[in-house]
Design a binder for this molecule. Structure first.
Ligand code: SF4
Length: 205
């Protein structure tokens, strides 16, 4: 099994009601051997249209965050809890998240085998923490999921709604968080080593 085969299998999935309203299944993408995996909530309108994860406004902000931290998007793997767009961008229901993660996300993680997983937002964090924790409390802390380091961060869509860069703002905290992720990745043995960059206190995105 590899990611391409898994993606091909997912295209015809109708295991939950989200199949009814989707244009297409939006599978994860990125480096199949990534050290760092981001897991969002689910596809939005643009993702549903293009069939790729994180290509809308929130995805563009995630690109900027990665670029500011010196993490090439091509080196990471990006996916979602559910692979089909929930109607009107509502939060995926627990049975939808369960159906999708069990079929696809867990197998994506097995195949990519990342060293660090960053859940973006409360829905993704809940899957890895095994309980509902407000993202304001979960972010900025390290957890473990089946031996993999997990570090929840705010969802970029939340940052779009809270654009302040003031100290203590979600954007400012995210800037610190992504640098913490980078610091830990660089402290781990390879898969691959990268150069260390000093931690900046001001957001660059
Ligand atoms: S959301 Fe996931 S489980 Fe539901 S139909 Fe889409 S791919 Fe299948």
């Amino acid at each position: 099994m590899n990611l391409e085969l898994l993606k091909a299998q997912a295209q015809s999935c109708a295991a939950c009601r989200l199949a009814e309203g989707r244009t297409q299944v939006v599978f994860g993408e990125g480096n199949p051997d990534a050290r760092l995996m981001f897991v969002g909530e689910g596809p939005g309108e643009e993702e549903d249209r293009q069939g790729r994860p994180f290509v809308g406004k929130a995805g563009q902000l995630l690109d900027k965050i990665l670029e500011a931290a010196g993490i090439p998007r091509g080196e990471v793997y990006i996916t979602n809890i559910v692979k089909c767009r929930p109607p009107n961008n509502r939060t995926p229901l627990p049975d939808e998240a369960k159906a999708c993660t069990g079929r696809w996300l867990v197998r994506e993680i097995e195949l990519v085998s990342p060293q660090v997983i960053v859940p973006l937002g409360a829905v993704a964090a809940e899957f890895f923490l095994g309980e509902k924790v407000p993202i304001t409390k979960a972010r900025g802390n390290w957890y473990e999921w089946h031996g993999i380091r997990v570090f929840p961060m705010f969802h970029p869509a939340y940052l779009l709604r809270n654009p302040s860069r003031a100290p203590g703002s979600p954007k400012h905290l995210t800037w610190l968080d992504i640098q913490e992720v980078k610091r830990v990745l660089e402290s781990l043995p390879p898969k691959e080593k990268r150069g260390v960059r000093a931690v900046n206190q001001e957001p660059l995105f």
